[in-house]
Design a protein around this ligand. Sequence first.
Ligand SMILES: Nc1ncnc2c1ncn2[C@@H]1O[C@H](COP(=O)(O)OP(=O)(O)OP(=O)(O)O)[C@@H](O)[C@H]1O
Ligand SMILES: [Mg+2]
Length: 356
Amino acid sequence: MGTQDSQEKVLKTMPARDVRGLVTQDNVEYSIDEQTIVAQGGMAVIRRGECIINGQHIPAIFKEARPNWNNPSSSEYAAVEHKLRNEARFLSALTYSCQNTEHFPRYLGYFTSHSGVSYLAMEVINGDTLDNDLKDGKALKLFDAVVYAYQIAQALVWCHLATNEEGKPNPIFHKDVTPKNIMITRGSYHATLIDFGASFSEGISTGATMPFVTHTHAAPVSVTGAAEDIWQLGVTLFVMVTGVYPFDKSPYSEDRLDYEDLNYDALIEANIPTELINVILKALESSRRYQYKSMADFRDDLGNVLKSLPMDPDFAAWMNSEQSQVPICLQKLFPDNITRPEKTRPVGSKTRPVGA
Ligand SMILES: Nc1ncnc2c1ncn2[C@@H]1O[C@H](COP(=O)(O)OP(=O)(O)OP(=O)(O)O)[C@@H](O)[C@H]1O
Ligand SMILES: [Mg+2]
């Protein structure tokens, strides 16, 4: 402990512990850098470290159950821990049931340390959250916004298609799709959905209620399940392309929100093409009759809009750069735009959980 080096990186190693309902692996050790805090949320602290799986060192992010109020009681701590454990179950279910994990962090384990603190370990996503690009009413380049929304729609399609241990459908609804919970990998067009801390699935709930869900993105109370994720991605896309929120009034009500409540002028002022306006309006439709029937329909329409836009030269260059790892959904959408010889990413990369 004495030297400066060891003080900078005090690592704690602990074995994985079995938790019912979670996939755990033998021969896993976790080392957490206790000195640095990456982020501090209401219920958790985010730290860096690594997982050692069968001798392989994998950089990891650790979400530590830690209420941000003073002297939490044991029942309050238990509630926070319960929420984190269910978040771990969602990430575990996604990691093990999805065809690929390109748009959310891979689950690396859930455990309780010797001192009784619970942690969720997951893959590190290199980049920044999308809200950093939307400060002070700034909008994104239209092409970029649709590229990101398309990938998050793909992530949510996987969530809604998740299955349980028996392979039966067990959809996961994210319930907090906002720019704060979307990470963009630096120097790349890759978008990742994080933070399943408010999610819901039949039989598992993090117990998050309205106050946990980001207020400006909350859907009307009648919009639930897949429709709620569609709505929230619609709000997120609206903010990405205009820099402002679609609704002035809070949608926390039974009332159906009508188009007159929506800031339509913002879409016109931002010169949004009609096809994209129609897609956004269909996502922000509070009647089930008119809203998208599924996230897959929403994703497909976003894909059609993307293909109808003039190809962005930066995006085209990125797709063809040797270093870039183009997500499979974008490869499929633009099969003719990748002209570099090796069209596909390395087999197995991000398509299987580590150690599986
Ligand atoms: N897998 C990851 N890789 C890299 N950074 C991450 C990862 N997961 C979370 N973070 C960072 O930690 C922050 C908080 O994570 P998360 O949203 O899961 O927690 P939270 O408790 O809900 O926090 P908040 O209340 O700020 O939303 C993220 O905004 C991001 O900067
Ligand atoms: Mg969050």
